[in-house]
Structure formats: C-alpha cells, structure tokens
Design a protein around this ligand. Sequence first.
Ligand SMILES: CC(C)(COP(=O)(O)OP(=O)(O)OC[C@H]1O[C@@H](n2cnc3c(N)ncnc32)[C@H](O)[C@@H]1OP(=O)(O)O)[C@@H](O)C(=O)NCCC(=O)NCCS
Length: 174
Amino acid sequence: MPIDINSLVFSKLTDDSDVSTFSCSDSKDLEDFLRNDAKTGQHEKISTTYLVHSGTLLVGFFALSMGCIKSEHVKSMSLEIEDPPNNYPALLLARMATKDGLRSQGIGREMLKHVFAVAFKLTDQIGCRFVKVDAKKDERTIQFYKKNGGFVRITENDDTMQMVVDINKISDQE
Ligand SMILES: CC(C)(COP(=O)(O)OP(=O)(O)OC[C@H]1O[C@@H](n2cnc3c(N)ncnc32)[C@H](O)[C@@H]1OP(=O)(O)O)[C@@H](O)C(=O)NCCC(=O)NCCS
C-alpha cells in the first residue's frame, strides 16, 4: 500500500492510543513492546513512545530514552573535546519499526528525522552529544542507520550492533 510521506502525522502515545493493529512479524519483540509494554514504560518514565499515522493507519513507531556512551567507545571519533568525560550523554533510540507491508517507502527515514529533531531540542536544554541505537545485526538494518544520519558502529554483541551519530555532525548530512 503506497503511503504519502508528506502526510505523516507524529504524536506521542497516550493511554487512549489504539496500537492493536500494529504488526511487525519479523521482530515480534517490537510488536509486543508496542502492544503490551509501551504505555507502562511511559508511565514509569523508562521510555517515551511516538506513533506515526498516515490518515487513520498506524504505520510506525519509535521509543526514546536517555542513554550514555563510554568515552573509550568513541575515542577514535574527532570530537575535539578538551577534557573528555568518562561517559557522554546520549539520546537512546530504544525501539523503532515500520508496519509490515509498508517498508522501503521512506517512513523509517522520516522517523529518524523526527528523532534528530528531538535530539536538537534536547541539546538546547541539557547536554546530549550523541544519538545511539542498538541496531539489530542484520545487514539491511545496519545500512539503514548508516545511510540515514551517518550512524557508525561502536561496539557489538551477538544480536545487536551499538551505533552512534555525533549530534554536531547530523545537520551536515540531513
Ligand atoms: C528498519 C526499519 C524501521 C526501516 O523502516 P522503513 O520504513 O523501511 O525505512 P525507509 O523506507 O526509510 O528505508 C528503507 C531501508 O531500510 C532498510 N531495511 C531494513 N530492514 C528492512 C526490512 N525488513 N524491509 C525493508 N527495508 C529494510 C533497508 O536499508 C531499506 O533500504 P532499501 O529499500 O534500499 O533496501 C524497518 O525496516 C523495520 O521496521 N524493520 C523491522 C524492525 C527493525 O529491524 N527495527 C529496527 C530495530 S534496530
């Protein structure tokens, strides 16, 4: 089903949001999170979830939390910081998915732009140097983050690759 990217509407999850139609069959944990845990996470101030609609159709979501990055993991990046802290403050993109059947139309890219907009707003109020994501270790997902914003790998484990983008570099690439 073709989606008009210019008509996407972003809103914060509320208790009244109907998320029952959202499906993500290749990442059931993401589907389960949205359907069962996102509202609780928001009440508990562990994560804030944003929904993306095209008309009445829920086409995607992402969840944000505060995060941090060990200084040693980004020391090869030219950050030009005089006295580096042990940890850098970061905005954590904790979860993100586009609904089944609607991928590769630019919805993910639009969601990332929204994440970056939140990051820019945050940096006006509090220190926040990076956006971080624990990307699924799947070549298409990793390419998606490299291509959109210029995320780079810092570490990885069996299932995920930790990727970051320096907020000071985002505006150069978007
Ligand atoms: C990653 C994801 C959010 C991107 O959303 P999207 O709306 O397809 O994003 P865009 O249309 O802006 O970009 C498409 C690119 O995403 C990447 N991609 C990653 N997984 C994909 C998938 N399952 N289907 C299609 N594209 C995928 C590809 O690089 C694709 O580029 P291509 O169309 O040239 O192959 C989406 O594919 C998704 O929900 N995947 C399953 C859940 C997931 O892996 N979430 C990320 C957890 S870290």
